[in-house]
Design a protein around this ligand. Structure first.
Ligand code: SF4
Length: 437
């Protein structure tokens, strides 16, 4: 279904979970900008709560996380997080309502269930939350019955399991050993706890991974009834993520093999009845993510593809990013400095970028291309982008339909590369991003 054009994938491009991307953030944005943006918030807003701890650190992981092996350090982080929640909540105007809360990390279940309940209580009390849609990222290696009970009692009904691969030799190669029985037990416990939308994260492009390995992981994922699947290509960038140095890079699939794996995964999951969502997500037709895709209301934010319609996402916790129409603002990444800022009653925002009207316009075009495969292009953008798009148009990966640019079915793996033609920041920062497939 997909044709491999190595020259059109040669240039690394961002994942565009925001525009401008985090690579454009600078230290000119701080607490004052964030407080001003908060004051203007109205209507439904979403929260993301970052818990930067995991019981065991996987070698491939690029997340801001560390081992939860020092109780005192975890406790003081959670105190700071609870304090941040109260400081942010008191600045949110009365007219705003929290309708969604996502817990991520790290692994939220890298902390104790009691500590987690305390965070949820703080959110409910300070934001006055009633009946939000709640989701949580989970590590099967630390998911016990106590955690399942807490998830059920709180009423969280969406969960994402870090699976990556079922193949034992690949799990060894990436430092994440979790036997199939563990994933099956986690799935059963989460279903019994009331999880109605369960995502499995899977990876291709792992060292030593064969097409048969990928097939097996896809088959087991489908058999376990995952409602959503995110199929990511492993990006080996040890110069940026030092913990990846533990991974033997001598057996990594080359670019063409990675492309073949992405294509195979795509057609496998379509044949299994999943709806393709954007360029790397899949969902069963009844799932809300597939419904958003089918209705044309899919969005993209820091968590990837989402059905969340809100334009305001408040990030809480070290390194968390908040998004407003006119501002992207990131918290201090270092947990020690994050704690110190909060101990001084300061909101820990210290990086970001003001989004100009032009940024918002280009961001809407990029989001539309990635989420709907179609975007209205005004004359100015058309004149600028058409020469850059010529190779993609000539290869039938996209086409002009009236005033719209449309990504054709064979152009799906090139969607990020096509969208990048509307990104004027790209020229200076290409080397910082991962391969487009
Ligand atoms: S469990 Fe997830 S967040 Fe934690 S180290 Fe592994 S991949 Fe990273």
């Amino acid at each position: 279904m997909w044709t491999y054009h190595p020259d059109l994938l040669a240039v690394p491009v961002p994942r565009y979970t925001s525009f401008p991307t985090a690579a454009e953030f600078g230290d000119e944005v701080g607490e004052g900008d964030f407080v001003q943006a908060l004051a203007d918030v109205r209507g439904d807003i979403s929260l993301y709560v970052h818990i930067p701890f995991c019981e065991k650190i996987c070698w491939y992981c690029g997340c801001n996380t560390s081992a939860a092996n020092k109780a005192e350090r975890v406790a003081s982080y959670l105190d700071a997080l609870n304090h941040e929640i109260s400081l942010v909540a008191e600045r949110v105007p009365k007219g705003a309502k929290v309708s969604r809360i996502a817990f991520g990390g790290g692994s939220p279940n890298g902390i104790s269930p009691i500590d987690f309940v305390r965070i949820v209580d703080t959110l409910i009390v300070h934001f006055g939350v009633t009946n939000p849609v709640m989701s949580i990222e989970l590590d099967p290696r630390t998911l016990g019955s106590e955690w399942a009970s807490v998830i059920g009692a709180i009423g969280i009904d969406r969960a994402s399991l870090g699976v990556q691969t079922f193949a034992p030799h690949l799990q060894e190669a990436i430092g994440r050993v979790q036997p199939t029985r563990m994933i099956e037990n986690s799935t059963a416990m989460l279903r019994a706890a009331g999880i109605t939308s369960l995502n499995f994260d899977l990876m291709y492009g792992l060292p030593g991974q064969t097409m048969a390995d990928l097939d097996d992981s896809l088959e087991q994922t489908v058999a376990l009834g995952a409602d959503r699947i995110a199929l990511f290509g492993y990006a080996h960038v040890p110069h940026m993520i030092p913990r990846q140095r533990k991974i033997d890079a001598s057996d990594l699939p080359d670019a063409q093999a990675r492309f073949a794996m992405a294509a195979h995964g795509y057609s496998f999951l379509l044949d299994a009845g999943y709806v393709p969502v954007g360029f790397d997500h899949f969902a069963l037709p009844g799932d809300s993510l597939a419904q958003a895709m089918l209705k044309g209301t899919l969005r993209r934010n820091f968590q990837g593809f989402t059905e969340d319609p809100s334009d305001v996402l408040l990030g809480l916790g070290a390194s968390a990013i908040s998004g407003f129409p006119g501002l992207l603002a990131q918290n201090e990444k270092n947990t020690g400095r994050y704690r110190m800022m909060l101990s001084q009653d300061r909101l820990p925002v210290n990086r970001g970028i003001a989004r100009t009207a032009q940024d918002q316009h280009r961001g809407a075009v990029i989001e539309a291309l990635l989420c709907r495969g179609r975007a209205r292009i005004d004359e100015t953008l058309r004149a600028e982008a058409l020469p850059l798009l010529r190779p993609y148009l000539d290869a039938d990966l996209c086409e002009i339909d009236g005033e719209d640019l449309v990504i054709r079915p064979g152009g799906v793996p090139y969607a990020r590369s096509i969208a990048a033609r509307f990104d004027p920041y790209r020229k200076d920062s290409l080397r910082r991003f991962s391969s487009a497939v």
